[in-house]
Design a protein around this ligand. Structure first.
Ligand code: ATP
Length: 678
């Protein structure tokens, strides 16, 4: 708290009340954050800056927060940066008059395009002083770059980036090489550096959504207590604000709605104004893995619980509002579909818009929504459906469907929606009701249609034998096992974005070995031997450490692939080769441990393992565990690609550490869950 005391000062002298927030001021904060690894300091820098924005230019709070979380808009809008290295290098070259060759050489030496940009910019003699960048201007510029489509995209993107870069570091213009010393202070507050990192899609400051939310809550509470910063809020006041904002954001993950509402109504009244809405996808509730049915019984002893079939498809959230209740559909995602009944949308587990993938589901929706059901948010699984055999198809078959621009008449693999939860009904959020009530409302509001819409099958088994029977039946029905859920009381409420103890998954093949498979990111590959020399024969995989925003290597894998698969993986991965590992790859430096090629972090694979072991060759969870060694997988085996997961949704380092601890029974983890988002 003491670090917050001086929040009233103005760290950037030219910035007066009412002025647009200077981008240089944000970069100065980023730079301070970059110089520390202490979470409390990071949070204090962040909240101090946000307080200043609240005091001087509250209208710019939204673009400031968005740039801090490295997003241009809410996830469901589908606007992403992640611009390729070659486009950025071209723009740096054209802005600074340096040749592409020189920039590539720099990049090989320095390995951080942000620093290459800072160096190039500071060496450049400038004739005139450009107009300084503002936070709002940078946000708008980036948004333009990200949404360029159609012919000549690449040239237009380069032009957009040049526009930003040539206005960057205006305060250093004309100072020649004395400007930014990239060997000092990690390049300092250079605007060019942070623009480039934002374009790459990684700020690498360890500023996850969660840290920014906490900082925002603290800034707002402090501002409300005393805008001048002389009087500081109590720890309880800060903690209360934090809880309020986290809970609001988990129901309505949209800064675009929350930030203006927070400024208008204040923190106390925020929950009244920002509730779950149809049209804004929330992060789904997740389940904890269990190794045995007895573990389930231990957890739920004396409680009412229910066992549902665990369908093996794709998580989906369906949002709908009938025409006569359209005012309930607050933020229509780009492809929100209009049908004769209303507006509907379907989102993935990571809030991507799936409406173009499943137009067949949206077209059939009116047949299974009952007349009186005016608006809803449904949590469900889309599963491939065999029309002749009238049974579900394996996940792999579903994944062969096209992901975009699907035409209803071309659909070959039919899908059935298996609904298991109802989160919003007729204008009202249901997340705080018990699961028993939500399920009753679900069954009252919809009607099953064979092969198109069904309720998840369930049984209220509550002893070991009965659960075993249900588990066997679920497997016979081509399901993966059971989801066991708390049924009554506050513990059975829907917990958005949480991996909760109140939902347990029991998979048929858990019952030996590690309790769950891992989803890992492909970072590198080794060329094959013998008849496999023209393809990759083994791959380096990593888990994701959200706290440090790094990918930590966990194993090499060469088992579970057919020859055809290796050929197609070679074709898929080769376009993503990079010349050297990214600075945010944590990997062993030993010569013999280096893969032959490195890739951009793009692909997520599901992998099974016999068990986890400590290893000096791998970095997974090394910091988290603090044992001086990483965790690695023994006998890893490829299961399938996870196209529905992004690299930063791979299994987290904390999850790996938790799996290891559980396996070693080193300690029973009762603390916060390993990969809760908030
Ligand atoms: P996780 O979602 O837990 O990160 P994962 O994506 O590998 O892991 P699983 O471990 O297979 O998925 O299990 C959880 C998923 O099971 C849910 O996200 C959901 O998509 C699916 N699922 C299938 N049936 C149900 C059900 N009845 N209730 C809840 N989820 C279900």
């Amino acid at each position: 708290q003491s670090t917050l005391k001086d929040a009233g000062e103005n760290a950037y002298p030219d910035w007066k009340a009412g002025d647009p927030v200077p981008y240089a001021a944000l970069c100065a904060t980023f730079s301070k954050i970059e110089m520390t690894t202490k979470r409390l300091e990071i949070s204090a820098h962040c909240s101090k800056f946000l307080r200043q924005v609240l005091r001087l230019t509250p209208n710019d709070l939204l673009p400031t927060v968005l740039l801090m979380v490295n997003k241009l808009a809410a996830d469901f809008a589908g606007i992403e940066l992640g611009i390729g290295e070659s486009i950025i290098m071209k723009a740096i070259g054209e802005t600074t008059g340096r040749s592409l060759q020189v920039i590539k050489t720099d990049q090989n030496e320095i390995g951080d395009l942000g620093l290459v940009a800072a160096k190039s910019r500071s060496n450049q003699p400038t004739m005139f002083k450009p107009k300084p960048l503002t936070v709002r201007g940078v946000h708008e510029g980036l948004l333009t770059i990200a949404t360029i489509e159609g012919q000549g995209t690449q040239t237009k993107k380069v032009a957009g980036i040049k526009k930003l870069l040539s206005a960057a570091d205006a305060h250093l213009a004309g100072k020649g090489s004395k400007g930014v010393d990239i060997t000092k202070d990690k390049g300092g507050p250079s605007e060019a550096k942070f623009i480039v990192r934002t374009l790459e899609g990684k700020l690498r400051l360890g500023l996850a959504d969660r840290s920014v939310l906490v900082a925002l809550a603290h800034a707002m509470v402090s501002h409300e207590v005393d805008p001048s910063g002389k009087k500081v809020p109590s720890t309880e006041q800060l903690a209360k604000g934090e809880r309020t904002l986290k809970s609001v954001y988990s129901e309505l993950p949209s800064y675009e709605v929350i930030v203006p509402a927070m400024i208008e109504h204040g923190m106390e009244k925020l929950p009244e104004h920002c509730k779950l809405q149809a049209g804004v996808p929330l992060k789904p509730m997740l389940a904890k893995p269990t190794k045995s049915i007895t573990e389930v019984l231990d957890r739920f002893e004396g409680k009412n619980f229910t066992c549902e079939y665990k369908y093996d498809g794709e998580r989906a959230q369906i949002h709908f509002v009938a025409h006569d209740a359209e005012q309930d559909f607050k933020t229509a995602a780009p492809s929100a579909g209009k049908t004769e009944r209303g507006i509907s949308n379907i989102f993935s587990r990571n809030s991507e818009d799936l409406s173009k993938k499943y137009p067949d589901i949206l077209a059939k929706l009116p047949t299974w929504v009952k007349e009186g059901t005016k608006s809803f948010v449904l949590d469900c699984e889309t599963v491939g459906w065999d029309v002749d055999e009238k049974r579900v198809l394996p996940f792999q078959t579903l994944m062969t469907r096209k992901r975009k621009d699907v035409k209803v008449e071309d659909v070959k693999i039919k899908v059935c929606v298996f609904a298991f939860d109802l989160l919003f009904l007729n204008g009202e959020p249901l997340v705080n009701k018990s699961f028993r009530e939500r399920r009753e409302l679900l069954h009252e509001s919809f009607q099953p249609v064979e092969g198109e819409f069904a309720f998840a099958t369930y049984g209220d088994a509550n002893d070991l034998d009965a659960i075993q029977v249900l588990l066997d039946e679920s497997v016979k029905a081509s399901c993966e096992g059971l989801m066991v859920k708390m049924l009554d009381g506050p513990e059975s409420s829907y917990e958005p974005s949480k991996r909760s103890q109140n939902w347990l998954k029991v998979k048929k093949d858990y019952l030996s070995g590690v309790g769950d498979s891992l989803d890992l990111v492909v970072l590198g590959a080794y060329f094959g031997k013998g008849k496999r020399t023209s393809v990759y024969g083994a791959f380096t995989l990593a888990c994701y450490n959200a706290a440090t925003e790094t990918y930590e290597t966990i194993c090499n894998i060469g088992t579970g692939f057919s020859d055809e698969m290796l050929a197609s993986l070679h074709a898929q991965l080769s376009p993503h080769i990079i010349e050297r590992p990214k600075p945010f790859y944590a990997h062993s430096q030993g010569n013999k441990d280096q893969p032959d090629v490195w890739f951009e972090p793009r692909f997520v694979w599901e992998v099974k393992t016999a068990d986890l072991t400590l290893s000096p060759r791998y970095m997974a969870a090394m910091d988290t565990l603090g044992l001086g060694k990483g965790i690695s997988l023994r006998f890893p085996r490829f299961i399938q690609q996870r196209e529905d997961k992004k690299p930063d949704e791979a299994t987290g380092a904390r999850q790996v550490a938790e799996m290891y601890r559980k396996q070693e029974s080193v300690s029973k983890n009762k603390g916060p869950s390993a990969d809760d988002d908030f």
